[in-house]
Design a protein. Structure first.
Length: 361
């Protein structure tokens, strides 16, 4: 896994520096222009690759707005080799809902918006010759059905445009918990093969109980836990970027806490992932249950074991060894066997009877 971070203004003041493990810095237009175009970047970040991240774009708007944005804002990025990708929020029209207040507009799937997003990302990639990444950006969906519908749309946009996916775990958790559903239920709706980057950040709770993004607070415990589950399930490629988005100025006064989150991530990624699966014990479970069934069906197990001068447990273990050695499939019921499978099967009671006869020879 590769460490990444969001740009913080204090990288240029000397009050804060990115972790030494960071291999990618994500930043917006203003920081990019200030840091890399108009000035000489600090030595600490001078040679670190960057991803230009755009949270408000005409991604779902008409082609005339998209073309103007590409020609005025993006076309020159093709000449900067420090930029390894262009990232976009999947958002609605910049004039809709909270977009009118300057934020990323809420994305609501419809065929027109989805087609526009595919066209925009495809054209950006073709014009700039840069990889394009798309991030889930919704916080305030109106229903579980809307969340699921939008995730399906997100996957289609990524696939059809040839983009990579940025999965913001805080956004996912906030959107789910604001709708009273478990965030882990969304894991199955994400095309993890397309994921290039994962975002981590804080989560804050409003007075009314609603959750909001918090780039000035430490990574929330629920975010760490969801990341742990994703790693345990081995859903992401080993080359994925994991980005801690501590972009607020307040981190200059909380440098120890800033460093602490990167230390937590480093520790989490170094933890060995258990390879043990319950599936490995399926045979043990099956044998145990088969013995239990036999105990229920054969009333004189104790008498039989006494006859052979062994314990009931030893008798059943020997029977299991016998079952394994005989070239026959054990059947729990004769009613569900067709004539072909019946030829190579034996009912478990008959198997035990044969075993007792064999043991007396």
């Amino acid at each position: 896994m590769n460490f990444a971070c969001s740009y913080n203004h204090h990288f240029s003041t000397g009050k804060l520096y990115p972790s030494d493990e960071v291999k990618l810095i994500e930043l917006g237009f203003k920081a990019y222009r200030s840091l890399f175009v108009e000035n000489t970047p600090p030595e600490k970040v001078k040679h670190t690759p960057i991803s230009l991240h755009i949270s408000r774009s005409p991604i779902t708007e008409n082609e005339i707005y998209q073309d103007r944005f590409i020609n005025e804002k993006l076309i020159d990025t093709q000449y900067d080799n420090r930029i390894i990708s262009l990232g976009f929020h999947l958002c609605g029209d910049r004039n809709d809902n909270i977009g009118k207040l300057g934020f990323s507009s809420h994305y609501n799937h419809d065929h027109g918006s989805e087609d526009n997003a595919i066209r925009f990302l495809t054209k950006v990639r073709q014009v700039t010759k840069k990889p394009v990444w798309l991030e889930n950006a919704n916080f305030y969906s109106s229903s579980v059905n809307e969340i699921i519908t939008n995730w399906k749309s997100f996957n289609r946009v990524v696939k059809e445009s040839g983009s990579g996916a940025i999965i913001d775990l805080s956004h996912l958790i906030i959107d789910c918990k604001n709708n009273d559903i478990n965030p882990t239920s969304m894991i199955g709706f994400i095309d993890w093969d397309s994921v290039i980057e994962i975002h981590l950040s804080g989560i804050i709770e409003g007075k009314d109980g609603a959750l909001h993004d918090g780039h000035g607070t430490q990574v929330h415990p629920s975010v760490w836990e969801l990341l742990r589950q994703i790693l345990k399930l081995k859903l992401v490629d080993k080359n994925v970027f994991i980005n801690i988005e501590h972009s607020d100025d307040v981190w200059a006064e909380k440098t120890d806490l800033y460093k602490s989150d990167f230390d937590i991530l480093k520790k989490l990624l170094s933890e060995p992932l258990s390879e043990i699966s319950k599936a490995e014990y399926a045979r043990v479970y099956a044998e145990s249950y088969l013995k239990k069934l036999l105990n229920q069906e054969v009333e004189n197990i104790k008498d039989i074991s006494d006859f052979f001068n062994i314990t009931p447990s030893e008798l059943l273990n020997e029977w299991m060894d016998y079952v394994v050695s005989v070239d026959k499939r054990v059947a729990l019921s004769i009613d569900d066997m067709d004539s072909l499978i019946e030829k190579n099967s034996i009912h478990f009671i008959q198997s035990f009877t044969d075993f007792v006869d064999y043991k007396q020879q």
